[in-house]
Design a protein around this ligand. Structure first.
Ligand code: HEC
Length: 188
């Protein structure tokens, strides 16, 4: 059992089962709502098509989220060798929690931290590399690190095209890729 403190909130993580991770997320969102720990740098504004397209490229290429989460974000990973990523289409996370998890990863799972400085200065769960080590937590390496702005673009894309959008189907697929892509033919 590992304990993470965010402000006055405590994150309990049991390793290695996925069960307590849920508690982590719930507490993360709660902490965010209470304003107890993170700076949600995002200011609500209309989603921009160019930003969404850039976010999609980051999801498929630089961040390679699709390797573990599937190209549709539905958890059907495109790389068999990778850990099973969550079904992001069904996630209940809000935007601030999504951004936090992408930057900090999820300790105790295969979700890597994408912020280059994630565990350097306490910005993630108030923990540094040495704390994780002392607690026997090893974070997976990300395919690439991402700038804060790139994480915001990913969020822009994810909330426009994946999160809360229901199962992928042929019509959504054409919209997703901007044209009827071959992968859409497998869908109903
Ligand atoms: C190396 C594999 C891997 C990569 C690459 C990866 N993830 Fe993950 N991700 C995971 C795993 C594993 C989990 C936790 C799955 C579980 O236990 O439910 C996870 C969980 C998440 C969650 C929490 C979802 C929830 O509701 O629990 C979010 C959000 C997320 N990933 C977003 C991303 C984004 C965005 C990218 C790309 C920038 C990405 N991930 C890249 C493996 C990966």
């Amino acid at each position: 059992m590992a304990a993470f403190n965010i402000g006055r909130k405590k994150f309990m993580i049991t390793l290695p089962n996925g069960f307590a991770r849920r508690a982590l997320q719930v507490s993360a969102s709660t902490a965010l709502i209470l304003g107890a720990g993170f700076n949600a740098s995002y200011v609500a504004r209309a989603a921009d098509a160019g930003d969404i397209a850039e976010g999609q490229r980051l999801f498929m290429q630089k961040g390679n989220c699709q390797a573990c989460h599937g190209w549709a974000g539905d958890g059907r990973k495109t790389d068999n060798q990778m850990p099973d990523g969550a079904n992001l289409r069904e996630t209940k996370l809000d935007r601030a929690a999504f951004v936090m998890i992408v930057k900090c990863g999820l300790p105790g799972t295969g979700m890597p931290p994408f912020d280059r400085l994630a565990y350097s200065d306490g910005r993630c769960f108030g923990k540094k590399d040495a704390d994780l080590k002392a607690q026997g937590i090893r974070m997976a390496d990300p395919p690439a690190t991402l700038q804060p702005r790139e994480v915001e673009l990913l969020a822009e894309f994810a909330f426009a095209k994946i999160i809360g959008k229901g199962a992928m189907d042929r019509a959504k697929c054409a919209d997703y890729w901007g044209s009827a892509s071959e992968v859409c033919n497998e869908l109903k």
